[in-house]
Structures are given as structure tokens and as C-alpha cells.
Write a protein that binds this ligand. Sequence first.
Ligand code: PMP
Length: 285
Amino acid sequence: RTVYVNGQYLPEGDAKVSIFDRAFLMADGVYEVTSVLDGKLIDFDGHLARLERSLSELDIQKPDCFDDLLEIHRELVRVNGITDGMVYLQVTRGAAEDRDFVFPDPEEVKPTVVLFTQSKPGLADSPASKKGIKVISIEDIRWGRRDIKTVQLLYPSMGKMMAKKAGADDAWMIEDGHVTEGTSNNAYIVKGDTIITRQLSNDILHGITRAAVLRFAREAQMKVEERHFTIDEAKDADEAFVTSASTFVMPVVQVDEAVLGDGTPGPVSKRLREIYLEESRKAAI
Ligand code: PMP
């Protein structure tokens, strides 16, 4: 596989990043994941805009290659022959001379930029999307700036492990009795004909897929409420689903012990998945 590191395309085995890189020492970096369907990038502009915002919120310099990122994504998809899969992009504050909590002077460090691809044949019709997934609820103990897409993914990883041990697929995180989001996705419930998802704030990541799905739902005259909802409401919902760049719209059929509806993906979730895939394939670049 060919990867991109700081201006160079290299075989993955030749790619190097300093052990003093602040992402390695302090999780001082941000990332984006963009899906590829039929060799084309889904929602690329949204991911680039969020990257710019994450960098600016953390005072990390924009890398020199920022304006070339589309071209770099396309080149990696091309050389690695990706039909369906994803492009991972990470930008870190860079490698300071010594380990220090204080940010290094921007004149002295350059941000580190790494991109690589992962091939996932059949990404858009995974077995999970047909069966739906089971989620458990866990406490949300993450920090208060979940709107910034940092590489601090230890607790979300632990959440996925807790789900796995419980025989489930993922975890929804709960704060003050309300669902914030999934470990790596935004969470939704459906009551009657209304789609309910938590309002945007620093408590959750502002999902690029979320923005697109809510736009398509409104265009299709579906009712949308952006408000927080409790885990009890979720257990009592007619349907539930999650959204993310890598799973699109993924039906949820069980929340803790509560089976939703007849235990198969509901009509609203299925319809939204179809609309999202159709519209974003059309808009892919
Ligand atoms: N919330 C969290 C915590 C996530 O990690 C992700 C995916 N990275 C999302 C939501 C979904 O965001 P997007 O639709 O932009 O992939």
C-alpha cells in the first residue's frame, strides 16, 4: 500500500513519524475519515471543512499541503486501486524537540500529515446494515470538547470492547441520563414518524453524515427534532439508527435489553440509508 507522509508518497513500510510527535506522546492531533464508493470520495468538502475547524480550535497550524488534500486523497485512491473503502487523514501539531506540555512555538514545528487508505469491498451493503446492530449503554466519561475530532480514542475503544464482551456491536454513551452519541457515530431514535437526534453542541461530534442525513430527511418531508433524548426513550422507540462516514446510516435493532419493533431494521432507517447512499453517490467527487 502507498501512503502519504509529509509531502511524500511512500510504501507503507518506509513511512516514518518521529517518536517526539505530539500525537504519539499526547494525542495532540486531529483526524478525518472519508468513505470511498465506486472510487469516489463521499462528503469530501464537509470533512475538509471540519478538519479546518478542528485545527483552528486547537491552534494547530494548517499544513502546507492543505489546499492539495483533495488531490492527495484522489491519488491514494488511484494508486491503491480503492473501489470501496476509506481514506484516513491525520494532522498533528508536529514533533517538538522535547516532551513538554506547553505547545511548541509554531515557528519551530511543522504539523505532521499522514494519509492512508483501507479497502473495504462491499462497504455499502454490509451484512450488519441488513440485520441491524445491537448497542449497549455506557457512561460518557470523555472530555468536554467532543466537537473537535481529536485522536484521543481510548475511551471509545474501551466502549467498543465493553460492547463486544456484552455480545453487542457498539455502545451509546450516556450523560445526565441522556444519550450523547455512539462511540464512533451519531445516535438517533424514531418515534412514530419523527426522527430525533441530539442537538449540536460541544457534547458531540458534528457528524458530516449527520448533516447530510438531516438535510435529506427534511427534503423528503420527514419530521426531524434536534433535541436530547433519554436512554429510556431510546428503549421505547419504534426504531433507532446511527450515522457515520464509514457506516452511512446503520439501523439499530436493540438497545441494552430492549428489542426495538420486531427486531429488524425499521422503515425510516432503511429509507434514510437508501436516500443517503443514492444522493451521496451522485454528489461524490
Ligand atoms: N461521533 C463520533 C464520536 C465519531 O467518532 C464519529 C465518526 N468519526 C461520528 C460521530 C460521525 O461523524 P461523521 O459522520 O462525520 O463520520
